[in-house]
Design a protein around this ligand. Structure first.
Ligand SMILES: [Zn+2]
Length: 440
């Protein structure tokens, strides 16, 4: 059973988790193959209808038009109506994403195309498409077909929190995916997204704050704890990914659209990017895990992430080219934010965000604001109170102070402990504490 990402928008402090269970192939493949093939057929019908419209110079069909047109198809009737509709919705989602990429200058992007008819499509069951009772999910197909029963392992619907509270989840969406290895079906997986409701949080007044920078995450907390997490590996992966994209793009642009070489290159690009994305995700997961562990060890009640809105990204540099390169060579903020949120909730810590505005140019000790006190990227030297510290820790302490008392020139509220430094250890594939000198 694995953890996966949260789904969609949600109200504050509601915990959604997707858990995966592998399904025995010999039993489930015969049951699930027909609906999954039907899914591929519906997808291909969407593609076909759009192509016909284009060929005949007609208006493209809309989502609801296609849904009603397909209603009487045999493939539509081998799925639950919500599952069949979901395929059409996914097609239009892919079209929207294609248009967006095209608008952003990705000329090599192609509209969603036909899939091999033997491909087993991932099928989604929405609320009315399944039932859950006593550990068993019953997946519904169309009314005339038999349901598919999937018993889940014990405890699949429950979650034990650090204080001993056990939350029982309600399933809100189910997906069944085929896993391919070397073009052969290697397995089937059921992904159930559970709504565990609002998490009861730790009562307390301890707060921590994080400042995300180019290659460093700085942490400060009301216990006086200060940490620097060196994320150079993560950053270099991101830079490498951007370089890879640019290189592929350049090669692809020289080839004829639709040619064999062009197709092969696109495929190679997708494969390479998938690999890199996976490694990036592994590292962001490790970073956010460490963040939650440090918070839990200090009994933090609220964990605040410095919110670097577009404002700050722009304010960071005046040079236009530099701006562009900086924006893409940054830590994956959205990914870290999403993981920070659910990992904090799992430890019953309230996740929050707060603006980073001015925190990097204000002395956290005395409250004097002066950009030039940031001597260079890593050093803060306050000429007003004489404080010398790591500039990013000054930033994190600044966010913490702003979160607690707002912008003002009040002095530091509590004594600061000496900083701890964590860096990625390749041998162990995790972050380890090192001597502070290593951060320099
Ligand atoms: Zn100062």
């Amino acid at each position: 059973m694995g953890w996966a990402k949260q789904k969609g928008k949600q109200p504050e402090n509601r915990l959604y988790l997707t858990r995966m269970v592998p399904l025995p192939l010999d039993h489930y493949l015969p049951l699930l193959k027909p609906p999954m093939l039907a899914g591929t057929k519906i997808w291909n019908s969407c593609v076909w209808e759009s192509r016909e419209a284009r060929k005949n110079n007609e208006k493209y069909p809309t989502e609801s038009e296609l849904k009603s047109r397909f209603k009487h198809y045999g493939s539509w009737k081998s799925l639950h109506s919500q599952s069949a509709q979901a395929v059409v919705e996914e097609y239009f989602e892919a079209v929207r994403s294609y248009i967006k990429h095209r608008e952003n200058g990705h000329e090599e992007m192609r509209p969603p195309g036909l899939k091999n008819k033997n491909l087993l499509r991932t099928i989604t069951w929405k609320r009315q498409g399944f039932e859950y009772r006593e550990g068993t999910i019953t997946l519904k197909l169309s009314r005339k077909l038999n349901d598919i029963r999937v018993p889940l392992p014990e405890g699949a619907d429950s979650l034990k929190l650090p204080d001993g509270t056990v939350l029982v989840g309600t399933p809100i969406e189910v997906k069944v995916k085929a896993v391919y290895r070397k073009r052969k079906i290697a397995g089937l997986e059921i992904h159930v997204t559970w709504d565990f409701g609002v998490v009861p949080l730790i009562a307390g007044n301890r707060v921590s704050a994080y400042d995300l920078n180019t290659a460093l995450i700085a942490r400060a907390s009301t216990t006086g704890g200060q940490q620097l997490i060196v994320c150079r590996e993560l950053l270099s992966l991101i830079q490498y990914r951007n370089k890879t994209i640019a290189e592929f793009q350049q090669k692809i642009s020289r080839l004829k659209e639709g040619s064999r070489k062009w197709k092969a290159l696109l495929k190679a690009k997708r494969k390479e990017l998938k690999k890199l994305e996976r490694r990036i995700k592994q590292l962001t997961n490790a970073v956010t895990k460490l963040m939650a562990e440090i918070d839990a060890a200090e009994n933090i009640a609220v964990s605040v992430l410095g919110d670097l809105g577009d404002l700050r990204r722009k304010a960071r540099t005046n040079d236009k080219n530099k701006k562009a390169s900086q924006k893409i060579n940054q830590l994956p903020y959205a990914q870290i934010e999403q993981q920070h949120k659910y990992k904090s909730l799992l430890k019953q810590i309230c996740p929050d965000k707060w603006s980073e505005k001015y925190s990097s140019q204000t002395c956290c000790i005395c409250g004097t604001r002066n950009k030039s006190f940031r001597v260079h990227r890593g050093l803060w030297r306050c000429r007003s109170c004489g404080a010398i510290m790591h500039a990013d820790l000054n930033g994190a302490n600044g966010i913490l102070k702003n979160y607690l008392i707002g912008h003002c020139d009040m002095k530091q509220l509590f004594p600061l402990k000496s900083p701890e430094v964590y860096r990625w250890d390749k041998r162990w594939n995790r972050f380890v504490k090192v001597s502070p000198r290593a951060a320099a």
